[in-house]
Design a protein around this ligand. Structure first.
Ligand code: GLY
Length: 254
């Protein structure tokens, strides 16, 4: 029909994606640590886009110069522009960015945390999040200094095979206790539900397995030990979350 009457040609953006977050009370803007999300369904960033198949932090190509640039050219001006339009934005701002060298492009804004970025960022936040929310609400965010653990975190999403397309559910999940008992491992449930036989799958993204360690290498190897302990039919996950960060050649920006 008429759908082919208009053709839109857009730039193809190359580079590395990064998720940038900031708390704001409408006046003060406080950046969070950066995380990289793995949006593609399959390894080596192949296949369809998903909600996110894994994430890690810290991200080495986000140098302090790049972080300053993101803050001063994107996060802060966005909150200021909202204010000029009469919107006092209180909460969390999420900018999805593409970085190529020192060039930064905004792909999207969201007014929420990222999933699975929150799973690696929030556990490293030492400051009490309720104090942060209170300061946002009362407009005193400028009085708070965010403190962070000097650690690395890797999150691997266990999905139902077929996601983000069609997939089966209601498969029993085993190994949750064993995996959850491992040191420095946390499991976050997403597409799961209780059944008469325990816990079973109920969605596309089923579980988030998060490892937090002093080094990214330890977090990477331990997260996959926990992943291997959890079983359900049609379990699918990417095996390369944070891997490029551990391989010197591929951490270089394109
Ligand atoms: N991880 C991408 C999102 O939360 O939109």
């Amino acid at each position: 029909g008429d759908s082919g009457n208009r053709l839109v040609i857009e730039d193809y953006l190359e580079g590395q994606e990064i998720s940038a977050f900031a708390f704001s009370d409408g006046e003060t803007v406080v950046p969070l640590i950066y995380a990289q999300d793995y949006k593609k369904a399959y390894e080596k960033d192949q296949g369809p886009n998903t909600g996110g198949m894994g994430s890690y932090t810290p991200v080495s190509f986000m140098t302090s110069e790049l972080q300053d640039k993101v803050f001063h050219t994107i996060l802060k001006p966005t909150i200021e522009a909202l204010k000029e339009e009469g919107i006092i934005y209180k909460g969390i701002l999420y900018a999805g960015l593409m970085i190529q060298g020192s060039d930064i492009r905004v792909l999207e804004f969201n007014v929420r945390f990222g999933d699975p970025e929150a799973q690696v960022i929030l556990p490293l936040l030492k400051t009490d999040i309720i104090d942060i929310f209170s300061a946002i609400e009362s407009g005193n965010l400028g009085d708070l200094k965010l403190e962070w653990e000097n650690k690395s975190a890797v999150c691997v999403v266990l999905a139902s095979e077929g996601y983000p397309g069609a997939y089966d559910t209601a498969h029993p999940i085993s190994g949750l206790d064993k995996a959850g008992d491992l040191k420095n491992i946390t499991l976050y449930h997403a597409g799961t539900k209780k059944s008469n036989n325990g816990i079973e799958t109920s969605g596309g993204r089923v579980l988030n397995v998060v490892a937090i360690h002093d080094s990214l290498r330890e977090a990477y190897s331990n997260v996959y030990k926990a992943v291997d302990l959890i079983q359900f039919e049609n379990k699918y996950f990417r095996k390369d979350i944070a891997l490029k960060e551990l391989n010197d050649e591929s951490t270089k920006l394109p």
